[in-house]
Design a protein around this ligand. Structure first.
Ligand code: LIP
Length: 277
């Protein structure tokens, strides 16, 4: 029997590459910047154009599938993860980077069935790195297998995180307290690429031991979460339970020892879920 999800994944890779070409082209032009939830939550016409391109091309091939897309949700579409085959799309993960031509920008496409991510594609389009993972079949970058770092000592680790797009002083205080706790463990360093998807691919590639963030959305992490777990890593909630894709919080690490150590230092807080009515 033909493997229908493999053909969907092949399509995701093809359309992510096309989207990446558009993103690279748009970097040569002036970018018109608009805002969404607050003054630093940015969106451009390229985000919207790329999302439409991806959704249209998928609809032609898979007319019954559902979508959760960052810009469609911003435009008022619902954000419900059902059991149906669902494409979870971030057309430009790292929009702020894109606006400033800071060179880490990704197209992120996750695909879920029964609320479980079946494949993930993250195209780091300025580096021309295509990260892919299929449930049970491993994670790859440009076709080469990925493997997380073997480091189990937090003091020898690099941890990635982001400041996010909230400037609510209480949330910023929590973020800084977590950062201070982790930095002073001490760890070798703290980094952030400016995109959740690429941070997760860095965990999968073994360059950083862990990534955590509170404030991300399902489209930022759906594809990356499978890439991390298929590269041998673990996913957790910031309080140590199971990761919940709609909860806007994530820890992605090379192993459970590192993940649990970080969880102890994170000052957690709760945000409105992505699937809140
Ligand atoms: C961004 C994330 C980033 C996070 C930002 C934002 P966008 O996604 O990838 O890690 O800190 O708050 O969610 O908005 O560029 O798709």
């Amino acid at each position: 029997m033909a493997d229908i999800w493999q053909s969907a994944m092949d399509h995701a890779v093809t359309v992510a590459r096309k989207a990446g070409e558009i993103v690279r082209g748009a970097l040569k032009d002036e970018r018109t910047v608009m805002t969404k939830s607050c003054a630093v939550d940015l969106v451009t016409q390229t985000d919207q154009k790329v999302e439409q391109l991806i959704i249209q091309s998928v609809k032609e091939k898979f007319p019954t599938h559902r979508f959760i897309g960052e810009e469609s949700v911003a435009a008022g579409e619902s954000c419900i993860l059902s059991d149906d085959p669902t494409w979870i799309i971030d057309p430009i993960d790292g929009t702020t980077n894109f606006v400033h031509a800071f060179p880490f920008v990704a197209v992120s496409i996750g695909f879920s069935i029964n609320k479980q991510v079946e494949f993930g594609v993250v195209y780091s389009c300025l580096e021309d790195k295509m990260f892919t993972a299929r449930r049970g079949k491993g994670a790859f970058c440009n076709g080469e297998p990925l493997q997380v770092s073997e480091q189990a000592d937090i003091h020898q680790a690099i941890v990635a995180t982001e400041f996010g797009s909230s400037r609510d002083p209480a949330a910023v205080d929590h973020i800084f307290r977590s950062l201070r706790n982790i930095l002073c463990l001490p760890v070798h360093g703290v980094r952030g690429a400016g995109t959740a998807a690429i941070n997760m691919c860095l965990v999968a590639s073994g360059c950083v031991e862990a990534y955590y963030e509170i404030g991300i959305h399902v489209w930022d992490v759906a594809a990356g979460s499978l890439i991390v777990s298929e590269a041998g890593g673990v996913l957790m909630d910031v309080e140590g339970g199971d990761m919940d894709l709609m909860s806007r919080r994530i820890v992605a690490a090379n192993n459970r020892t590192i993940a649990e150590r970080i969880v102890k230092e994170i000052v957690s807080f709760t945000l409105q879920r992505d699937d809140a009515p």
